[in-house]
Design a protein around this ligand. Structure first.
Ligand SMILES: [Zn+2]
Length: 281
């Protein structure tokens, strides 16, 4: 609609800057965690059925792995401070501090005012994927989660096994909260194993069939006592549709692992943000 100014090309040629000085982030302790993981032994597991959700707890200093089993399946992950549901995974800030998609060494940051690492990714068997020719990558923090409201808006039908509802039911089962209250704690997710990006021409959010196969896993170090919830998305590998029962879906297995105590002798959990919270008042 608007005619470009005569200096449009010059304005577009401004140099892009990475918004945050991410080199000033506290170090990610990856070396310590890589050593600790070699001593880790499984102490528990939760199997998430297809098109459903389950909660799991991970003590600080433990690892958890999300495994692909039986077939390619995408998972939607929520994380809360196990002692305070008000501190939860902050996908938007994680995206700004790392990238649209995360892998080994990246951290999952918590909501304000905590703003500290909740978990650090310590292993990712899909790290070979990189960026494909469509601009797609794996494990995104750009999507939200499929939900029955958007589905109703677009199709005019009620579907009860979107990730938003699966996570809500899982949180109700884990906490005993009423559904209406639990739902408000469900938040934007880490899309585990999901292959997504923005179309190169129109910059629209796209998904394509996940390259995950049984045997693949992504592993996290818990920086605090965590309550997690994972949904096995009704989209399956998200290669065709979601928010319906038309796609083959498979379970996901969450494994909790405890490292040898001595391996973390020098580790301390990250503190909450040091900002005064006075906001200039
Ligand atoms: Zn979903």
């Amino acid at each position: 609609m608007t005619e470009a100014p005569t200096d449009a090309d010059a304005r577009r040629a401004a140099r892009p800057l990475v918004c945050y000085q991410v080199e000033q982030l506290p170090p990610n302790n990856l070396e310590l965690y890589q050593q600790a993981r070699t001593t880790a032994a499984a102490v528990g597991e939760v199997v998430v059925p297809p098109r459903d959700g389950r909660c799991f707890e991970v003590p600080a200093g433990h690892f958890f792995r999300i495994h692909s089993v039986d077939g390619p399946q995408v998972g939607d992950l929520n994380l809360w401070n196990a002692h305070d549901l008000g501190e939860r995974f902050f996908s938007g800030k994680t995206r700004q501090l790392h990238a649209t998609h995360v892998s080994t060494g990246d951290r999952l940051w918590s909501s304000l005012p905590g703003l500290r690492p909740m978990a650090t990714i310590t292993h990712d068997t899909l790290d070979w994927y990189g960026w494909d020719a469509d601009g797609g990558g794996i494990h995104d923090v750009i999507g939200t989660r499929c939900d029955p409201y958007t589905n109703h808006l677009l199709k005019g039908v009620d579907y009860h096994h979107c990730c938003h509802s699966n996570l809500t039911r899982a949180l109700v089962a884990a906490t005993g909260l009423p559904a209406a209250e639990a739902e408000l704690h469900v938040h934007d997710v880490l899309n585990v194993f999901m292959c997504t990006g923005f179309t190169l021409d129109t910059h629209q959010y796209f998904m394509k069939a996940s390259p995950v196969r049984p045997g693949d896993f992504i592993e996290f170090f818990a920086e605090m006592d965590l309550l997690g919830a994972l949904s096995a998305c009704p989209g399956g590998d998200c290669g065709s549709s979601h928010s319906d029962d038309s796609t083959p879906c498979y379970p996901l297995r969450v494994e909790i692992l405890e490292p040898a105590e001595a391996a973390l002798a020098n580790w301390t959990p990250p503190p909450r943000s040091g900002y005064s919270r006075s906001h200039g008042l």
